[in-house]
Structures are given as structure tokens and as C-alpha cells.
Design a binder for this molecule. Structure first.
Ligand SMILES: NC(=O)c1ccc[n+]([C@@H]2O[C@H](COP(=O)([O-])OP(=O)(O)OC[C@H]3O[C@@H](n4cnc5c(N)ncnc54)[C@H](OP(=O)(O)O)[C@@H]3O)[C@@H](O)[C@H]2O)c1
Length: 373
């Protein structure tokens, strides 16, 4: 099948494969191309495949975490022609695919079943199987995976949504669960245009929780309607403090996908007994640092810890979620009520535009999705 790959242009040229236009990511040109990957040999009766399946990817998408992985692969390729250098690197962590073959101890899937990743963390899903993200190479098209790392999806979840569902659905359900946020409490969602925050808003709205969303982007009227009745406030990107936004009021729970951008400022917006929960940070690679990122000096941390203590606040960390979180999210999925849009879909020939849209366009709302089928 045709697949999208990062290309080491020191080793592979356009006489070997179809190269796409370079995509600049934080100052580095990334080269992508279309690479033919044959179905790998998978013997269903082999002892080693007892608990494994072979999945053919129908569509995939990238998450923020993949940005640093893609950049690291590209930087490793640059100037590398030695014996250990790789011609291709695959990427992407969310996907939908079909089971093509299965081992003898795989009972709960049939060939042809549509599946998405179950990234359950931190408990190992099966003895000897690592917890967490299922693959960093969804673009490879063919994946040999342990049965415990997949979950079936209903027919009414279409491929575009399914290819951008697992990490957002699992993480947001876990975060909402951990805060214990209840009807009657006020929630604040930061970087609300991020895919993660859109999933969080989807969960809060369906629970009837009053939410306020902060953003640094412009939203169209139609986009604002998606998150109704949430109040949306535009704030200045990189503002040193949020004292000028005191009209926002105070909150019982704050959801934050980027603690390095917001933690210190967010603590001042919490009510007595408030909870702040985060799942990540912006500068996951040194090249991501921008002049507008404010350094957090120790004096500000000291002040924040004092506020935390006096107001009995809690800071909660969250990494992905449990299988139960993902299953609950899928059970509740209703295509008529789900608010997280698919930003756009791309064919493989437009793989460069797919990456550019994923990481370089702040008008994106929801995921850019690469369709393979
Ligand atoms: N640990 C976990 O389990 C887990 C799971 C999922 C996600 N995460 C983390 O959650 C975060 C978001 O991931 P995602 O995939 O949802 O991201 P995403 O969709 O790519 O987020 C894009 C949004 O992030 C905000 N943003 C991006 N760059 C910014 C900058 N330079 N300054 C200010 N705001 C900026 C903007 O929000 P506004 O336009 O609204 O300002 C932008 O629209 C990442 O840190 C990721 O690692 C962690």
C-alpha cells in the first residue's frame, strides 16, 4: 500500500520515490514522500503471534506529542548518510484500521473488525505488554499489535472521527474523572482550540457543567456555536499575567493542556479548594521555544505555592487514561452531539499539506486526518 513517510533526502531522491514539497516546522525543513509498503508476513498459527493481530490502517492523524518526535527524526536524518542512518521514518499515534489477520488466542476480534488504539496508562494491559501510546508509526499502514492495545468502534463512528479519537477521548475522560467536577461547579478550559480541550469541552457540556474557555485564536461564529453554551474569551498569547482578565471570575476546576504556558497564572483563578489538572506542556523540544514564552522564575513559583497552600488547592497530573475511560467515551459517543470537528481530510498526495495543517495553521479546529483507504 502507499504510505506517507518522512524521507532522508541524503539517501533517497525523487528518482526513487514521489517526494512532496518540504514542510517547515519551527525552522527545519521536513521532507515527506510516498513509499510503497508491502503487507508484512504474519502467520496466524505461529506461537509468537498467538495474542497479536495484523492491522491495516485506513486513516490516521497526529497529536501534539508527535510534533517533537517528527522533528527529532528529521534532525537525526539531516546530514546522516552513515551505515546506521535510516532512509524513512514513519509517524502518527492515532488511527483507525481493520483487523486483517489474527493469532490463535485472539477471541474478542474478528477479521474485518474496525479498531482504534487503546493507550491505557499506567497499568500494563496484559502481562509483559507496555502501557501507553500504541504506536508512533501509524503512517506505516501495516501494524502488528497486541490484542490488548486495541478497541472496537461502532459502525456509526466514521473513519475520519475514529482516526482522531483515542488519545483525545481517553485523556479527556480521565481528566474529567480525576477532577470529580460536578454540576453546579465552574470549569475553565485553557487553550480551548486544542484537540484535547475540545474533547474536554465535549465531556463537560454533555455533563451539563458550566464552562468557560480561553483561547488565543479567532473563532468563527459557527465554531463558537459548536461549544455553546460555553463562554469563550480571547486572551493575549504570551501575556505575562492575567490580572487584566479579572472579569473572568474564579473557578472550581481548571483544565490545562500546557502547564508551561499557564500554571502560574491559572492558580490565581482558582476558588478555595479548587483543582487544576494538566496533561502536557508546549516546549516538548528546544526548537519550540518562542520569545513570547515567559520564563517562570523561582519567586513566582514561591508565590504560587503560597496561594496553593492558603487556598487548599490541588494540582493534578494526568497522563492518558484507563481502558475504562476510553470505553466509556466510546459508549457515550453520539455523532449528533459530538462537538469535536474533523478539520480536514487529505489524500496521500497531499501529505505535505496534511502536516502543514496539523502543525502550522492556528485556524485548525479538530484534527487534520490522512485517509489511506
Ligand atoms: N499526557 C497525555 O496523556 C496527553 C494527551 C493528549 C494531549 N496531551 C497534551 O496536550 C497538549 C495539547 O495537545 P493537542 O494535540 O490537543 O494540541 P493541538 O490540537 O495541536 O493544540 C493546538 C492549540 O494549542 C494552543 N497553542 C499551540 N501553540 C501555542 C503557542 N505557541 N502559544 C499559545 N498557545 C498555543 C492553541 O490554542 P488556542 O488557539 O485556543 O489558544 C492552539 O489552537 C500537548 O501538550 C499534548 O502533549 C497530553
Amino acid at each position: 500500500m502507499k504510505t506517507l513517510s518522512l524521507i532522508n533526502t541524503n539517501l533517497v531522491s525523487d528518482s526513487d520515490i514521489q517526494l512532496l514539497s518540504p514542510v517547515n516546522l519551527t525552522g527545519t525543513d521536513l521532507h515527506f514522500g510516498i513509499v510503497e509498503v508491502d503487507e508484512p508476513h504474519f502467520d496466524p498459527n505461529h506461537e509468537d503471534n498467538r495474542n497479536f493481530v495484523l492491522v491495516k490502517v485506513d486513516a490516521f492523524s497526529c497529536n501534539y506529542r508527535d510534533k517533537a518526535l517528527i522533528l527529532k527524526s528529521a534532525l537525526k536524518m539531516a546530514g546522516s548518510t552513515g551505515i546506521d542512518s535510516l532512509p524513512f521514518a514513519f509517524f502518527g499515534s492515532d488511527f483507525v484500521g481493520r483487523i486483517i489477520k489474527k493469532g490463535t488466542d485472539v477471541d474478542h476480534f474478528d477479521t474485518g473488525d474496525r479498531v482504534i488504539p487503546d493507550c491505557a496508562y499506567p497499568e500494563p494491559p496484559f502481562p509483559g505488554v507496555a502501557p501507553g501510546v500504541v504506536t508512533n508509526e501509524a503512517s506505516k499502514g501495516w501494524l502488528r499489535l497486541h490484542k490488548s492495545k486495541l478497541v472496537s468502534i461502532p459502525d456509526f463512528m466514521d473513519d475520519e472521527i475514529a482516526a482522531s479519537y483515542s488519545i483525545g477521548g481517553q485523556t479527556s475522560t480521565s481528566m474529567i474523572r480525576k477532577t470529580g467536577v460536578q454540576k453546579g461547579e465552574k470549569a475553565l478550559v485553557l487553550s480551548s482550540r486544542s484537540n484535547t480541550s475540545m474533547f474536554i469541552l465535549n465531556g463537560l457540556i454533555s455533563k451539563g457543567i458550566e464552562a468557560t474557555a480561553l483561547t488565543t485564536s479567532d473563532w468563527s461564529e459557527d465554531e463558537k456555536k459548536l461549544i455553546s453554551p460555553t463562554r469563550l474569551f480571547k486572551i493575549e498569547r504570551g501575556a505575562a499575567d492575567w490580572s487584566k482578565y479579572s472579569d473572568l471570575g474564579k473557578f472550581d476546576v481548571i483544565f490545562d493542556p500546557y502547564f508551561d504556558l499557564h500554571l502560574i497564572k491559572a492558580i490565581d483563578l482558582l476558588e478555595q479548594g479548587g483543582r487544576y489538572i494538566t496533561c502536557g506542556y508546549k516546549n516538548q523540544h528546544p526548537h519550540f521555544v518562542e520569545a513570547s514564552d515567559k520564563k517562570t522564575d523561582s519567586e513566582r513559583i514561591h508565590q504560587s505555592m503560597l496561594t496553593l497552600t492558603i487556598n487548599n488547592l490541588s494540582i493534578i497530573g494526568n497522563c492518558i487514561g484507563t481502558s475504562e475511560d476510553l470505553n466509556k467515551s466510546i459508549e457515550k459517543f453520539d455523532p449528533n452531539k459530538f462537538i469535536v470537528p474533523v478539520d480536514n481530510t487529505y489524500s496521500i498526495e497531499n501529505g505535505d499539506k496534511f502536516i502543514d495543517r496539523t502543525y502550522n495553521r492556528n485556524t485548525r479546529l479538530g484534527k487534520a486526518v490522512m485517509i489511506y483507504r
